[in-house]
Write a protein that binds this ligand. Structure first.
Ligand code: B12
Length: 216
């Protein structure tokens, strides 16, 4: 099965092989979303189950994340929209103190696929950097914050608070996500939405953008 081969290439941390196998699967007519879910994401789920967070494991998981990234790059053109037109801008970043970016990168791909122009601030992004990015792009539709570490949840709260204090806050939506984030937490800190997957995140953002467009 092409999915099993892709999964193994990612688990073994082989970026070139992962990219080649993803390309081959697409050429053979496999769908991009099946390759993402049954190949790449399935490998990350397996890695997550076995992660012990010792030094050896970190090196292994890092190699796996690189292979995942190489595979994702092959998939990106297949999720690119065009068919949805321009839905405006989305600002995206991982909360301060947190260096995890695999989930964030998938969110970016899905948003682009839904017609958003994505301004990706990267990882370890502070409240100040998010606020500055919104000031630089006052026409932004959605601000997305990703967080995988419980220790960075206070930073996520701080970012949302800083965004909520902005004068133009009513003009954009704030969405949060990542492993330790819950719907309840989103409500508590004043974010507008939470989901546990990138596809649904892009759908919710698209609905926000459409609602805003029909109101104006
Ligand atoms: C890969 C990985 C790493 C890699 C990261 C590489 C990279 N470039 O990202 C490396 C090896 C560097 C790493 C380091 C560490 N890690 Co780590 N890591 C993982 C691992 C195995 C997988 C994470 C991942 O990529 N998942 C796959 C993606 C696709 O899933 P996702 O991010 O959740 O994203 C999906 C959704 O959540 C959602 N989503 C994500 N973001 C957003 C945003 C919005 C707005 C929305 C709506 C949705 C959304 O959409 C995505 C796709 O559907 C997890 C285990 C796990 N079960 O998650 C541990 C894990 C997250 N790491 C952990 C830890 C402890 C660490 C370290 C502290 C280890 C150490 N001792 O140094 C360091 C921290 C470094 C730092 N400062 O950030 C813990 C966190 C525990 C906690 N609750 O805080 C975990 C849970 C492992 C564990 N069980 O202990 N890690």
């Amino acid at each position: 099965m092409p999915y099993d081969e892709i999964k193994m290439a990612v688990i073994e941390g082989k970026p070139r092989l992962a990219a080649k196998l993803v390309q081959k699967a697409l050429e053979q007519g496999e769908s991009a979303s099946a390759v993402l879910d049954r190949g790449l994401l399935s490998a990350m789920r397996r890695m997550g189950m076995n992660f012990q967070s010792d030094d050896q494991d970190i090196a292994r998981v890092l190699a796996c994340a690189r292979a995942m990234k190489a595979g994702l790059e092959q998939l990106e053109p297949f999720f690119e929209g065009g068919r949805f037109g321009n839905r405006g801008k989305a600002i995206l970043g991982t909360a301060g103190g947190d260096l995890h970016d695999v989930g964030k990168n998938i969110v970016a791909i899905m948003f682009r696929g839904c017609g958003f122009e994505v301004i990706d601030l990267g990882v370890d992004v502070s409240a100040r950097q998010f606020v500055q990015a919104v000031k630089a792009h006052p026409d932004v539709q959605v601000v997305c914050i990703s967080c995988l570490l419980t220790t960075s949840l206070p930073e996520m709260k701080h970012i949302v608070q800083a965004l909520n204090e902005m004068e133009i806050r009513s003009r954009f939506h704030v969405m949060i996500g990542g492993g330790p984030v819950t719907e309840e937490f989103a409500g508590q800190i004043g974010a507008d939405a939470y989901t546990d997957n990138a596809v649904e995140a892009a759908e919710i953002a698209a609905a926000f953008a459409e609602k805003k467009q029909s109101a104006s």
